[in-house]
Write a protein that binds this ligand. Structure first.
Ligand code: NAD
Length: 442
């Protein structure tokens, strides 16, 4: 099948590469000419494990190409995905400016019988709107077939995006007509042969399913974080409590690790957009709002714990940070809890030295001209620091040389925002370990 993917970011590029690998002829489009030039030369604009090899293989096989022009890419296309970003606007709703820009370009483009598939996460009813826009112009032109629009939300997780795309837990297809459902069934047939299940539904349900999933995930994180705070106050150990929670099949084991709160490019913005949609629909959305409030508090709690440890003042204190990306396996720092913490620490007069194995450039760009110092290594940033805060559980932070950490860390205290360190082990190295949800131990 000839497939077009508009937007070559984390989702679009993975989609394009994996669909090319499945034997389709894929053209990925991006309006960023620099990005397109780099991709044509086989260079990735971001970090995603395994994607560089897959990109090289598909370029080499001649199944994948890159374009800046939607019109050029659309020639002979059977399916065209919209995978551009839909970030938050100040009022919380999803910003559809880039998406609608692409839709207007599509409306001005002559193309054959092609299903337009919205892969970006979009508010419920966006597919209806796009279909109307396209048909008002495109369908009205002589000889052009009626345009069909389907929804195919993406559930991949950065850091394991290729595995998720190749072996998805399910593929959701929202189609209001038989033809687009069939086209997507054909496109995804190789994935179904490998065991993926296709779930067909109407377009609005598919759009909503994506938000519902992210709302559930965010709710679990806020719930476990709130329980961890309670456990700490009531003298219970959250690690033991989590073991019990995870062993209950009705609850399930995923997303039950207390931490610094959810972040990243999806959960915060999708929750905001859903709350906005609820507001527009006159729904109170009490749960969603509480999930959001607990998450905001969680980041604050970590900062408070650090500040309280130093007697309420952080002026002249040097804080080392391990991990900047919102989770391991990616260089994505969008809404990363580490950035919020860094801003709070700097605002309180501390100095910050930070290290991340892959997200330093992205963090440098996001933090702009703040006084953050970026170190060359994990140990390097501990030099003369008063405290170390673990923010992202990268492999290299899981079993570090605590002897060497203790030798460099002036303050001898570690704040473990991911719950991966054994306080007893750190104590043996003369380090004090604070974990969220545990009573501080000496
Ligand atoms: P991204 O910012 O990484 O990529 C978007 C790409 O679209 C960029 O390369 C940008 O240059 C390009 N673009 C923007 N406007 C364009 C235009 N007018 N014409 C052509 N290209 C244009 O975004 P992403 O993380 O890939 O997310 C894309 C969508 O997928 C969002 O709606 C997001 O919510 C959703 N999603 C993301 C993830 C994830 O983990 N990142 C997972 C599931 C769903």
């Amino acid at each position: 099948m000839k497939v077009v993917v508009i937007g070559s970011g984390y989702v679009g590029l993975v989609t394009g590469c994996c669909l090319a690998e499945a034997g389709n002829q894929v053209v990925c489009v991006d309006h960023d000419a620099g990005k397109v030039a780099a991709l044509r030369a086989g260079r990735l604009p971001f970090h995603e494990p395994g994607l560089d090899e897959l990109l090289a293989a598909q370029l080499q096989a001649g199944r994948l190409s890159f374009e800046t022009s939607i019109a050029r890419a659309m020639r002979h296309a059977a399916v065209a995905f919209l995978a551009v970003g839909t970030p938050s606007q100040t009022n919380g709703s999803a910003n559809l400016e880039n998406l609608l820009h692409c839709v207007h370009e599509l409306a001005d483009t002559a193309f054959e019988d092609c299903v337009i598939v919205v892969k970006s996460t979009v508010p419920i009813g966006t597919g209806d709107h796009i279909e109307k826009l396209l048909n008002a112009k495109h369908g009205a032109a002589a000889g052009q077939p009626r345009v069909r629009v389907a929804s195919n939300p993406e559930f991949l997780a950065e850091g394991r995006a290729i595995r998720d795309f190749r072996h998805p837990s399910r593929i959701v297809v929202g189609a209001n007509d038989e033809g687009s459902a069939q086209a997507l069934a054909e496109l995804y047939a190789p994935f179904v042969e490998r065991g993926a299940s296709l779930m067909f539904m109407d377009r609005r349900s598919a759009e909503f399913a994506k938000y519902a999933c992210n709302a559930m995930l965010a709710a679990r994180i806020s719930m476990v974080n709130e329980l961890a705070g309670l456990a700490g106050s009531l003298g219970a150990g959250m690690e033991a409590v989590c073991r019990v929670l995870k062993s209950d099949p009705r609850i399930g084991a995923g997303y039950l690790q207390p931490g610094a709160g959810y972040g990243g490019s999806c959960l915060p913005k999708d929750l905001r957009a859903l709350i906005r949609s609820a507001q527009e629909a006159g729904e109170p959305a009490y749960m969603l709002r509480s999930v959001q409030r607990v998450n905001r508090l969680q980041g604050r709690k970590l900062f408070d714990a650090i500040r309280d440890h130093f007697g309420g003042g952080l002026r002249q204190r040097r804080i080392a940070i391990w991990g900047l990306s919102f989770k391991p396996g990616t260089d994505d720092v969008r809404s990363a809890p580490s950035l919020a913490l860094i801003h709070a620490l700097l605002g309180a007069g501390a100095t910050v030295s930070a290290y991340d194995p892959v997200a330093m450039n992205a963090a440098r760009a996001a933090l702009g001209d703040t006084a953050t110092v970026f170190g060359e290594s994990a140990l390097n940033v501990c030099e003369e620091a008063d405290a170390l805060v673990l923010m992202t559980e990268w492999e290299e932070f899981k079993a570090p040389d605590f002897e060497a950490v203790a030798a460099r860390l002036r303050g001898g205290v570690v704040f473990d925002a991911r719950g991966i360190y054994r306080p007893g082990l750190l104590r043996r190295h003369g380090l004090q370990c604070h974990r969220l949800g545990e009573r501080p131990a000496g």
